[in-house]
Design a protein around this ligand. Structure first.
Ligand SMILES: Cc1cc2nc3c(=O)[nH]c(=O)nc-3n(C[C@H](O)[C@H](O)[C@H](O)COP(=O)(O)O)c2cc1C
Length: 166
């Protein structure tokens, strides 16, 4: 395991959001991983911060609300099949670790595991969260992403407390 400076490879991390990366959560003995394509990396409150946006309908949202922490695993090799499963199936219905042949690996600084062998890992502790406020959203983007029904995102601003490559 090689420690890395997450901010120094910020552009690589942002580029990886397209096609997408894994966001893993754990709470009350359950672990789950989902795919995210939106996120940001930068400095806030003088700390390296990863910001994720998770819709309230996700099982991951439930776990994240309980644990206040998550990990991000960024594939450095082809994990298309696992990304497909984890981005379309819910941990409410299936165990995605079994379905996508993923192995949890203990985190270094937090209780949430990372995905063994995926590549680059960020361990993140939530410093601030904010439910999106519909009235604050640009009208066209609101229509495009949320329509009438909602399913709004919660934004999680999380300190990157460990970052390393396997
Ligand atoms: C390419 C891609 C990017 C995605 N990005 C996000 C995201 O940033 N936030 C989010 O809430 N869901 C996102 N999703 C959807 C979730 O990964 C998907 O709904 C998943 O099944 C949720 O799993 P869960 O219910 O186990 O948490 C994305 C899906 C794909 C395929």
């Amino acid at each position: 395991m090689k420690n890395i400076d997450a901010l120094a490879i910020g552009d690589k991390i942002v580029q990886s959001l397209k096609p997408s990366v894994f966001l893993t959560t754990a709470a009350e003995g359950k672990i789950n991983t989902m795919v995210i394509g939106w996120g940001a990396i930068g400095v806030m409150w003088g700390k390296p911060v990863f910001t994720a946006m998770v819709r309230k309908s996700r099982y991951s949202w439930e776990l994240l609300e309980k644990s206040n922490e998550f990990t991000v695993s960024i594939p450095t090799h082809d994990m298309k099949e696992a990304l497909k499963i984890c981005g379309t199936k819910s941990g409410r219905d299936i165990d995605k670790f079994t379905a996508a042949a993923l192995m949890p690996q203990a985190g270094q600084k937090i209780k949430t595991p990372v995905l063994a062998g995926a590549g680059i890992h960020l361990e993140c502790k939530v410093l601030y969260k904010q439910d999106m406020q519909p009235e604050n959203m640009d009208k066209a983007e609101k229509e495009r992403w949320y329509g009438d029904g909602g399913d709004w995102h919660t934004m999680y601003f999380a300190e990157i407390v460990a970052s390393y490559e396997d």
